[in-house]
Structures are given as structure tokens and as C-alpha cells.
Design a protein around this ligand. Structure first.
Ligand SMILES: *Cc1c(COP(=O)(O)O)cnc(C)c1O
Length: 391
């Protein structure tokens, strides 16, 4: 049946999945146009299904350019390696995703990267001290330390839901001639406009909210054209591309991003308030609560809701919290987050299991802490599940 070929009168409503590694050309002139980037050439360079989703994501992020990767970590490493090229130094928030910490300590440092870990509440003083060192000539050519290439933050942060002021840290990074890169996996752009707020580059695990259905692995880097052109070269030669089937799923998930996240944020706020009044709960962390230490910043940075992630500390420590998560029935016991189905886990035996107890304590992570990723189920069903699990 004719008509549905490109340019035809009956086009497919959903985008086709271009499951092809390469292309057949009409003639050598066309092949050479492919080689110059004027026509598709090879799926490691570019794929039309992936490209279409990248265009939509660039729009969502308000970015000149967005590029997709085979996982969040592939995106994190591409952004870091691009920003640190030439032996520049990394100022990295101490409270970051465990995979990011592992990449920095086990891959980038052995490659020669210089790294300074910055506790989340010390950005102001560290950036000010770096500016003084730069002015004194202690940093840069002939100085004691290499110049800073990347200031890396994560906000909201896992699992304590503390926030970083992107406007203030962005200004501090610019004074150093460095890029502010934010991992905003916990607050997709329908909640937090990272680039408009002060970040130069946004990185996210598309596995979480952007995909939203626990069925794909992907990552994103979004930002200005010049930096992203270098990230594109990194992806082309290291090969961490997203495959077109995953891109199709991601593109489908994006249609409901705003609806999903609005519902998740609404339910999370209601559940956070309810948990805060529960006798078996010692503390609740959620940036939408009035008593959250970063509440004023949350109003500015997360004006449309504080997201679907919250943490609560069960009274009685680790064993009491294990008993609670093991009793959950509607909410799944699972390490990931950001899906339509609610999930919960304990940082002490998942994301932060590798840390010593004192290190966890320094990060504010109690043994009885439970992290909850609120899905789109009816809020009363989630509340009932938490109520029976807490007993
Ligand atoms: C999951 C996650 C990542 C890594 O993403 P993958 O898709 O698992 O590779 C990076 N940063 C944060 C904040 C995450 O939650």
C-alpha cells in the first residue's frame, strides 16, 4: 500500500524506528555527502530516531543542543571528560550519585584528573577561595594548581533532598572561567529549568524521570552549541550512543513527562506531610515541606513543585526500616527511581552501602533512612501502603 513513504500522503503518526546501522546511497556523490554530515551516514554518528528525541529534549531544556547516550553514566563521563580536557581541575560536590563518585575516583583520577571534593554546604566559601587563588596567580599556567574546568553539582541531591543554589554557584564558576554542570536527574526540566537558573550544561539519567517507566537505560547532556559539539565528538569516538529502540521508548515517555511529574510532585507533598506527622517517623526530607532547610531556594528553583522524591527516617534504625520496606506491597522495593510505579529503598544497603558508617553519618544519611520515589498511583493507595508498613 503506497502513501506512507517519506513525503507521502499518509504518514505514520508515531515516529518510525530507524533500526539500521548504515545507509545505501544512490551514488558516490550521495555517499560523500553522508561523509560530510549532510546525509545520514552511520548509526554511531547519528540516527534519525535518536535525533528527533534529542530535538524535543533540547526544547524542553531550553538548550541549543542536546545529545543522548546509552546510559546516564555515559552522559556523565562525556560531560566530565569534555570539560576537563587539557588537564583542567574538577570541583565536585561531595554528595553525588555513587556512580559519579566511582567514575571520578576509579577512572578519571587514574587518568590524571585533579579533583577537589566540595561538601554541599561549602560551595560559597570554596568558590570564593578559588577566585582569590586565581587572582593571586596560584592557579593556571605557572601556578600551583591547574585551572578549574568543571564545577559539578547535583540538585536535588540523593537521598537527603538538599538543594544547591544554581544561580550563586553558576556565578562563582564563571568567575573561575569554569563551566557549571548540573546533574538534574531528580528534577527534570518541567520542574527545574537548570540552564535558565545558571548552569552551563545539564546532565541527566534518562533512565529515571525522562523515560519514566523503568524500561530503558539512557542519558542526556544538554547545553550550548560549542560545548555540545565537543561532546558529540566524544560520543562519536567513544561510542556510547543510545540505540533507536530505547530512543523510541524515551520519546514515548516524554509525551507524559509533565503529567507524570505534576502528579508525582502533588502526591509526594501530601505523603511527606502525612509522614511528618507519623509517630514512627523521626524525620522527613522533602523540599516542598515548610520546614525544609532550603525552602526559600526550593520556591525559586522548583516553582512548579518539589518533585517526586522524598526520604524519611524510621524510628528504631536499620532493622526497623528494613521491616517497613519489606512490608510494602504497592510500593516496590527497588533501587531505581522516577518511574510511574512507586519504589522505595534504603540508602544504607543500596546507593550508599559502600561507605563507612561515619561517612554516611557525615552525609546526613541515617541507617533507618528510606528513600521513596513516588509514582502515579492514587495517592490514598500509597498512603495506605505506607500506613500498613509502618504498622
Ligand atoms: C541513576 C543516576 C545516574 C546514572 O544513570 P544511569 O542511567 O544509571 O547510568 C546519574 N545521576 C543520578 C543522580 C542518578 O540518579
Amino acid at each position: 500500500m503506497g502513501g506512507s513513504e517519506p513525503g507521502g500522503e499518509a504518514l505514520p503518526f508515531a515516529p518510525p524506528i530507524w533500526a539500521t546501522s548504515t545507509y545505501r546511497y544512490a551514488d558516490t556523490a550521495a555517499l560523500e555527502r553522508g561523509l560530510r554530515g549532510e546525509l545520514p551516514f552511520y548509526a554511531r554518528w547519528e540516527n534519525p530516531t535518536v535525533r528527533e528525541v534529542e530535538r524535543r529534549l533540547a526544547g524542553l531544556y531550553g538548550a541549543e543542543e542536546a545529545l543522548l547516550f546509552g546510559s546516564g553514566m555515559a552522559a556523565v563521563s562525556a560531560a566530565l571528560m569534555t570539560g576537563l580536557a587539557g588537564g583542567k581541575r574538577l570541583l565536585c560536590q561531595a554528595e553525588v550519585y555513587g556512580g559519579t563518585r566511582g567514575l571520578v575516583e576509579e577512572v578519571l583520577r587514574p587518568w590524571g584528573a585533579e579533583v577537589t571534593w566540595v561538601p554541599i554546604d561549602r560551595w560559597g566559601e570554596v568558590l570564593a577561595a578559588e577566585a582569590v587563588a586565581l587572582a593571586r596567580g596560584e592557579v593556571g599556567p605557572g601556578g600551583l594548581r591547574p585551572p578549574v574546568g568543571v564545577v559539578w553539582v547535583e540538585t536535588p541531591v540523593n537521598p537527603t533532598l538538599q538543594l544547591v543554589d544554581l544561580e550563586a554557584v553558576g556565578a562563582g564558576a564563571r568567575r573561575l572561567g569554569a563551566l557549571l554542570v548540573v546533574d538534574d536527574t531528580f528534577a527534570p526540566p518541567v520542574l527545574q529549568r537548570s540552564l535558565a537558573l545558571g548552569a552551563d550544561v545539564a546532565v541527566a539519567s534518562a533512565t529515571k524521570y525522562l523515560g519514566g517507566h523503568h524500561d530503558l537505560l539512557g542519558g542526556l547532556v544538554a547545553g550550548g552549541r560549542a560545548f555540545l559539539a565537543r561532546v558529540a565528538a566524544h560520543r562519536k569516538y567513544t561510542g556510547g550512543v543510545l540505540d533507536p529502540f530505547q530512543a523510541f521508548l524515551l520519546g514515548r515517555g516524554l509525551h507524559t513527562l509533565e503529567l507524570r511529574v505534576a502528579r508525582q510532585a502533588e502526591s509526594a507533598l501530601a505523603l511527606a506531610r502525612w509522614l511528618a506527622g507519623h509517630p514512627r517517623v523521626a524525620a522527613v526530607a522533602y523540599p516542598g515541606l515548610e520546614d525544609h532547610p532550603d525552602r526559600a531556594l526550593a520556591r525559586r528553583q522548583l516553582p512548579r513543585g518539589a518533585g517526586g522524591m522524598l526520604s524519611f527516617e524510621v524510628r528504631g534504625g536499620r532493622e526497623a526500616a528494613v521491616a517497613v520496606v519489606d512490608r510494602l506491597r504497592v510500593i516496590a522495593l527497588a533501587a531505581s527511581l522516577g518511574g510511574v510505579e512507586s519504589s522505595a529503598c534504603m540508602p544504607v544497603n543500596t546507593s550508599h552501602a559502600a561507605l563507612a558508617p561515619a561517612e554516611r553519618a557525615a552525609l546526613g544519611i541515617a541507617d533507618g533512612l528510606v528513600r521513596l520515589s513516588v509514582g502515579v498511583e492514587p495517592e490514598d493507595a500509597l498512603r495506605a501502603d505506607l500506613a500498613q508498613a509502618l504498622g
